[in-house]
Design a protein around this ligand. Sequence first.
Ligand code: HEM
Length: 211
Amino acid sequence: MLYTRYERFWHWSQALLIFTLFFTGLGLHGTHDLIDFRTAVEIHTYAAIALIVLWIFTTFWNFTTGQWHQYLFKEGVLKVIRFYAYGILVGEPHPYRKGLQRKQNALQSLTYMGFMIFIGPALWASGIVYLFYDLWSGYSWSGNGLFLIAFLHTAAAFLMRIFVIIHIYMTTTGKTPTHYIKTMISGYDSIELTEAEVAYIEETHAVSMKD
Ligand code: HEM
C-alpha cells in the first residue's frame, strides 16, 4: 500500500475542488456562460473555503506523519527530465526506483513543492483578499487594487491549469495509460522492496501488502 486512505481522500477531493473552482472561476470571469454569475460566485466561495480547510488538514497530516519528507529536493532531476523528453520514446527504463519512503521521483517532488510554495499560496492569498473586497473597497487605491488582485488570481489559476494538464498527461505514462490512476484509487502499486523495507513491514505491520 503506497497511498494511504487519507492520502487518496485528499488527492481526489483536492482534484474535484480545483476542477470546480476552475469551472466556476471561468464562469464568473466571463469565459463561458454555462452557469449564471451569482451561482458561480456562490459555488466558488464554498469550494474555496473547503479547499483551504483541506489544505490546512493536509499540511497538519503531512507534518504529523512525517510525509513532508517526501517533498524534499532529491538528486537526479535532470535524469528524470531527460527520461520524459527522450528515454520514454525509445523504451528506456525509468531512472527512478520508487520506495515506501521515496514515493515521488525527483521531478515530482520539485513540481509538488513548487505547487505548494507558489501556485497554492498565490491562489488562496489573492482569493482571500478578493473575497474580502468589501473591507477595503472604500480606499482610494481600491480600483487599482481590485484590478491587480483579479489579475494575480487569474494568472495563478492559469498556472494551476498548466500544472493540471501536465499532471494528467504524466498519469498516462505508467505501465499502461491508466496504471497510475488505478494506483491512486486503490492505493496499491507493485514495487521492489528492499530488505530493510520488508523487515520493517514484517515487524510493524504498518503497511498493508498484497501478493
Ligand atoms: C483557494 C482559495 C480561493 C479563493 C479564496 C478564491 C476566491 C475567489 C474570489 C473571491 C473571486 C471573485 C469572485 C467575485 O467576482 O465575486 C474569484 C475569482 C476567480 N477564481 Fe478563485 N478562489 C480560490 C481558488 C481558485 C482556484 C483554485 C482557481 C482555479 C484553478 C480559481 C479561479 C478563479 C478565476 C478564474 C476567477 C475569475 C477571476 C476574475 O475574472 O476576476 N480560484 N476567486
